[in-house]
Write a protein that binds this ligand. Structure first.
Ligand SMILES: [Zn+2]
Length: 272
């Protein structure tokens, strides 16, 4: 990793800086035809010409400063365009995609917590850390992270996959996932989500891996589990269909960079 996070703006700025600039859910990229897309690396004066708002320091990539900000669509510079963060994957270096996700979450927090949720007063950004404080009542707002579990449930040589109501690609199947609720452990959440969504009880829940998933602010925590009982009975508010699949008969499933893709890959390659 070449990127080092820091909220502290250095006294000596780099000549040019990477700007992770957002407009709604999209990020600004430079078009360097025929070269690949890139995150704009520009002098501070050029950034000022774009009329950026909500500019916030993120850290340094090597010795180059990194900032996040937002732009009004009317101010888009020439030879740049907006692209969704999901679509950016594979079009820039993997570390830049990762920094883009971090930038998106810092930007969203900085934008969404400008006013105190308790008393309505305008909040103030702290300098030494990414936090916003209400000067009226003292409440502090940190970047929000929403933990969610994602689980590969295996029954003999089959994996449980479902098609979700809200999947961006309608024909895609994936492992089951859901947000952690207040008061429950991650394992409780795995048991509850799988049972609620599919009617299946699970055992031998084991941690697999985790992944920041900035759509908009999830931390995906992956598990594997074994079938313990029950028959498929899906929650139709969440799922369109769910089935058991063998590794040689898989439907369309997610690939990289998702943790879902990693879990399915683990099943396909023998669950080691
Ligand atoms: Zn307040």
């Amino acid at each position: 990793m070449n990127f080092v996070k820091s909220p502290l703006v250095p006294e000596i700025r780099s000549d040019a800086a990477y700007y992770f600039i957002f407009s709604c859910n999209d990020i600004l990229v430079a078009e360097n035809f025929p070269d690949p897309l890139s995150i704009p690396c520009i002098p501070e004066t050029a950034a000022a010409d774009m009329g950026l708002e909500g500019v916030r320091f993120l850290g340094q990539y090597g010795s180059t400063d990194c900032w996040c900000a937002r732009i009004r669509p009317a101010h888009l510079p020439a030879k740049h365009r907006l692209i969704s963060l999901r679509a950016l994957y594979g079009k820039v270096d993997a570390e830049f995609w990762s920094i883009s996700g971090y930038a998106r979450q810092i930007h969203d927090w900085n934008l969404n917590f400008q006013f105190c949720g308790r008393c309505g007063h305008a909040t103030q950004a702290e300098i030494k850390e990414h936090s916003r404080v209400c000067p009226q009542c003292g409440l502090t707002f940190y970047p929000r992270i929403s933990p969610a579990i994602i689980t590969a449930v295996v029954k003999d040589d089959q994996i449980l996959l479902a098609r979700g109501v809200n999947f961006p690609i309608k024909e895609m199947f994936s492992v089951l996932a859901g947000f952690v609720e207040p008061g429950e452990s991650l394992e409780d959440c795995v048991r509850r989500e799988i049972l609620e969504e599919s009617g299946i009880r699970v055992k031998r829940i084991r941690y697999f891996n985790s992944q920041s998933w900035p759509f908009p602010d999830s931390l995906m925590i992956g598990f594997t589990a074994e079938y313990d009982g029950g028959s498929l009975s899906i929650d139709r508010t969440e799922l369109l269909e769910a089935h058991w699949f063998t590794r040689d008969n898989l439907p369309l499933v997610p690939g990289k960079p998702s943790l879902a893709g990693e879990l399915i890959d683990w099943f396909v390659h023998g669950q080691n």
